[in-house]
Design a protein around this ligand. Structure first.
Ligand code: PAF
Length: 282
């Protein structure tokens, strides 16, 4: 496995791979890898001749006052995870390499990015879409793998790739959870012991929402209330949202029908946790 720091070098090695007829799969990450990331790398290794993992904490997607400086980093451990999961290349550029001058070109999807996370982190998805577009242009993958925990991020990247006719298939992969149901996230390390004990309530809230839909509830407000009741037990956190929305538009549109996404976000003292699950209202 090779660790590559510059755009010119990763382009050169991947051009060689493509010229030799090897397909390239891509797993973009911000590092501090956990089993969720490992599952994405394994999915890529299975489907592609070569797999590239990027490790880059992207300043563009952090707002003023968010955790850019504190974001957990451990490149040696990340490299070990990538190697163990069968990746071929780790692309770990510096901020200067990625953004040698202030960025003037921004990719945004103001529709799909607007609700939910967009209401709480208004500049976040433009930062994500811009760096992912840039990484796609550098890596040129035929497939790119994203965790479904960041459901709205997957929706934004999928829409961006479709709207800009990018020759890449965006592949969403299932959420990987701790044994008590907490969705894996690099930011879980921020939880205090007391908050960690309350964190599985997000998963339980989604279960309550799913049960309500399975029991025939079609009023989004009632499903959201069922999730909110469970989240009320997370006394150390503040609920940013508990939403039951159409899975693709993410915007409530009358009674629930067809594919539904349940999404929750809770802000603890330092960690802000998100989670989601799907169900069908037929
Ligand atoms: O999901 C993440 O880790 C990031 O948002 C991503 C997709 C790597 C872009 O920086």
């Amino acid at each position: 496995m090779q660790i590559i720091r510059t755009i010119s070098e990763i382009r050169a090695v991947l051009d060689e791979q493509r010229a030799a007829g090897n397909s390239v799969g891509f797993v973009p990450t911000m590092g501090y890898l956990h089993d969720g990331h490992v599952s994405l790398i394994r999915a890529s290794v299975e489907a592609n001749a070569r797999t590239v993992v990027s490790v880059f904490v992207n300043p563009l997607q952090f707002a003023e006052g968010e955790d850019l400086e504190d974001y957990p980093r451990d490149l040696d451990a990340d490299v070990a995870h990538c190697h163990g999961a069968g990746a071929d290349f780790v692309f770990a550029p510096s901020v200067e390499e990625m953004y040698p001058s202030p960025v003037d070109t921004v990719v945004s999807c103001p529709g799909v990015a607007a609700p939910l996370e967009g209401e709480h982190r208004p500049s976040h998805f433009a930062g994500v879409a811009t760096v992912v577009a840039k990484l796609f242009s550098i890596v040129g993958p035929c497939r790119a793998y994203f965790g479904a925990k960041d459901w709205q991020q997957v929706a934004v990247v999928t829409r961006m790739a479709a709207d800009l006719s990018m020759p890449v298939e965006v592949v969403p992969c299932p959420i990987v959870r701790e044994s008590d149901g907490l969705a894996m996230s690099s930011r879980n390390v921020y939880l205090t012991a007391e908050e960690r004990a309350q964190a599985p309530l997000l998963r339980r809230a989604l279960d309550a929402g799913r049960s309500a839909v399975a029991d025939g509830e079609r009023d989004p407000a009632a499903v959201e209330a069922a999730m909110g009741d469970v989240l009320a037990g997370a006394s150390l956190g503040t609920v940013d949202y508990a939403a039951a929305v159409p899975a693709h538009s993410l915007v409530a549109d009358g009674s629930l029908a067809g594919e539904v996404r349940l999404l929750v976000a809770v802000k603890f003292s330092k960690a802000r946790l998100i989670d989601n699950d799907g169900c069908v209202a037929d």
